[in-house]
Ligand binder design. Structure first.
Ligand code: PLP
Length: 410
């Protein structure tokens, strides 16, 4: 074989990258030179050094650069070093892990919780560990990629697990899938229903009380990944279940298992968790491959995330400030003549139409010192390209006014 001939991978990858670039879908990484906050210093993909108002991070409560959160991480680093150099079950469970998991359980109102290096890992552990032959997993069609991949992986690891998908938010369609599961003689085990709490592209939410009621009717377990809801939804920021009043003891019932991230509102570092009854987290510790064969959450991050959650519980006014900011921004953006999708979350998508337009608008906004990302096809449907504005409790009214002024200049 001639050595000058490109191997298949090289040739097809060059082609893929070229076509992404020419189709305007190539992701150019922007670089931040300061802590994540309402205002960031950055070097743009075009190489310019600027200061910009950040409206595209998931730093919903402004905790990523909170002095106590930073200090807790530094103290953790001093006390425990860089990390565990181990998976949890060998010698990787440190005191801060136990403390963090107790704090998460308290915050979530669950019997227990267990952490991972990311919510992606937590969710990937969930279904392949919990499911057995004869189970079925029924999933909302717009669920997060980590849920989709966890479900895809499950029948590979556990033969005989079934999967089904219902139309986004469509409870009648879900009931149809539940009836089909009931009638399928091969489905003899547990029925699982899974949804995002907050759907991040539209900013809409799963109807958890109705999902709970359907799950009860068909004896199914309800799993909710509320990564964009924790710290944001409900009067004290517990999540989408709290938004609906599904607190412990409520007659609306509760969610069976949650997954969530520590990389958004709850400190913004990294890490994810599963929260729910102890038998589930115990099984994860015994059998969950992403925790049996992969390192523990770094101790520094466990310390800073623990502090972040303590602050959320101690200062519910942060959650209220976020809600006030969202209400103010929606009103002002609407008054400026833009169409903002209705949402009870901190996500404010402005529909602009064509993908190229969203990208051009986002570029122009950055020139005006406002950092907002444009999403187009294929992430969202054709013709529904949008600017996704994400609010934070770190923003002041003047920041929001500056955002609206920049939008008006477009
Ligand atoms: C962001 C997000 C994740 C990923 O969380 P990581 O901790 O960064 O892996 C998972 N699920 C949902 C629903 C998310 O929005």
């Amino acid at each position: 074989m001639a050595t000058t001939v490109a191997q298949p991978f090289d040739a097809r990858t060059d082609e893929t990258l070229r076509s992404l670039e020419s189709g305007g879908q190539y992701k150019h990484l922007q670089m931040i030179r300061s802590p994540m906050d309402a205002v960031v210093r950055m070097r743009t993909a075009a190489g310019k050094e600027i200061e910009a108002l950040c409206f595209c991070s998931n730093n919903y409560l402004g905790l990523a650069n909170h002095p106590e959160v930073v200090e807790a991480g530094i103290e953790g680093l001093r006390k425990y070093g860089a990390g565990t150099a181990s998976v949890r079950f060998i010698c990787g469970t440190f005191e801060p892990h136990e403390r963090l998991e107790a704090t998460i359980a308290q915050y979530m109102g669950t019997e227990s919780s267990y952490t991972f290096v990311s919510c992606w890992n937590a969710t990937e552990a969930l279904f392949p560990t919990f499911c057995e032959a004869g189970d079925v997993i029924i999933s909302d069609e717009l669920n997060h990629a980590c849920i989709i991949d966890s479900i895809r992986l499950t029948p590979v690891i556990k033969k005989g697990v079934f999967k089904a998908v219902y139309r986004h938010g469509d409870l009648d369609d879900l009931e149809q899938r539940l009836v089909e599961a009931q009638e399928n003689e091969e489905i003899t085990g547990q029925v699982w229903v899974v949804t995002d709490g907050v759907f991040s592209m539209e900013g809409d939410i799963g109807n958890l009380p109705e999902l709970r009621a359907l799950c009860d009717k068909y004896d199914a377990k309800l799993v909710v990944d509320d990564s964009h809801g924790h710290g944001v939804m409900g009067p004290t920021g517990r999540g989408t279940h709290e938004h609906y009043g599904m607190v412990p003891g409520s007659e609306l019932g509760t969610v069976d298992y949650f997954s969530g991230t520590l990389g958004k509102a709850l400190g913004g570092g990294a890490g994810g968790f599963i929260a729910g009854p102890k038998r589930g987290t115990e099984l994860i510790i015994q059998r969950g491959r992403p925790t049996l064969f992969s390192n523990a959450l770094p101790v520094t991050v466990a310390c800073s995330a623990n502090k972040a959650i303590e602050i959320v519980m101690r200062e519910p006014r942060r959650v209220q400030k976020l809600k006030d900011n969202v209400a103010y921004a929606r009103k002002k953006i609407g008054e400026a003549g833009f169409e903002v999708l209705e949402s009870p979350t901190a996500i404010c998508p402005i529909i602009v139409g064509e993908t190229a337009k969203a990208i051009a608008m986002s570029r122009k906004l950055l020139e005006l010192g406002v950092f907002v990302i444009g999403f187009g096809y294929p992430v969202v449907p054709e013709g529904k390209a949008r600017l996704r504005i994400q609010m934070s409790a770190a923003h002041e009214t003047s920041h929001i006014d500056a955002l609206v002024d920049a939008l008006k200049k477009l």
